[in-house]
Ligand binder design. Structure first.
Ligand code: PGA
Length: 254
């Protein structure tokens, strides 16, 4: 039985005060943990240290939203994996659609970051997903195929065991348009079959595949009830404690 993961991607939101308040509310709800649900929050870099303190003693896990693949050195404005680890974060979101489409990150760059995160002993939350035009052109599987093949290039089966995948259809992110549970399940099943084909069925069966895209307390349960949906990567609703806790509770109720 795969454990569910409810992850909050705060994106470029909060400040030190509101971030700490939000983190503390999540920490209270998560308590010392749950046997079927893990909780992760990914605040902006500058708040990681403060948020690490705010959630200390709780089961809430901490992640960054990005990293650079190089070791510390002359890379102005970038953040190394070792630094993220140093402040107590264990996860790094990679390949998010905003980084792919707004910051123009290529599959090759995402792959270099993936290798750096895995070599650093952290868990990449590797996001994949198609644009609306790609879905309408029946290219969803082809897009997922390319993103998975290039993003996971050179990743061994044992390293894959450290990866979390997030299926985030771009047309559902921040738009209020959630994929239906059936659409999510179909894409998740495709991703799992891809993993079985390129690695092994055993490896594929162990992978956590999260759904992301307008997850809210009122749609979270039916999405996460699908057999291949192992949790949620939540943007907007992770910024409101009551909503995010509602999604955590939905996962616990399954
Ligand atoms: P959303 O964002 O929940 O606001 O749609 C999800 C994400 O981008 O990870």
């Amino acid at each position: 039985m795969r454990k569910k993961l409810v992850a909050g991607n705060w994106k470029m939101n909060t400040d030190s005060k509101s971030g700490v308040e939000l983190a503390k509310a999540v920490a209270t709800a998560a308590g010392t943990g749950h046997d079927k649900v893990d909780v992760l929050i990914c605040p902006p870099f500058v708040y990681l240290t403060t948020i690490a303190q705010a959630i200390s003693g709780s089961a809430v896990k901490l992640g960054a939203q990005n990293c650079y693949f190089e070791k510390p050195g002359a890379f102005t404005g970038e953040t190394a994996v070792s630094m993220i680890k140093d402040v107590g974060a264990g996860y790094v979101i990679l390949g998010h659609s905003e980084r792919r489409h707004v910051l123009h990150e290529s599959d090759e760059l995402i792959n270099r970051k993936m290798i750096a995160v895995l070599e650093g002993g952290l868990v990449p939350v590797f996001c994949v997903g198609e644009l609306l035009s790609e879905r309408e052109g029946n290219k969803t599987e082809a897009v997922l195929n390319t993103q998975m093949e290039k993003g996971l290039a050179g990743i061994s089966e044992s390293q894959l065991g450290q990866v979390v995948i997030a299926y985030e259809p771009v047309w559902a992110i921040g738009t209020g348009k959630t994929a239906s549970p059936e659409q999510a399940e179909e894409a998740h099943a495709y991703i799992r079959s891809w993993l079985a084909k390129h690695y092994s069925q055993a490896a594929a069966d162990k992978m956590q595949i999260l759904y992301g895209g307008s997850v809210k307390p009122d749609n979270a349960k039916e999405l996460m009830a699908k057999p291949n949906v192992d949790g949620a990567l939540v943007g907007g609703a992770s910024l409101k404690a009551a909503d995010f806790v509602g999604i955590i509770d939905a996962a616990k109720s399954l």
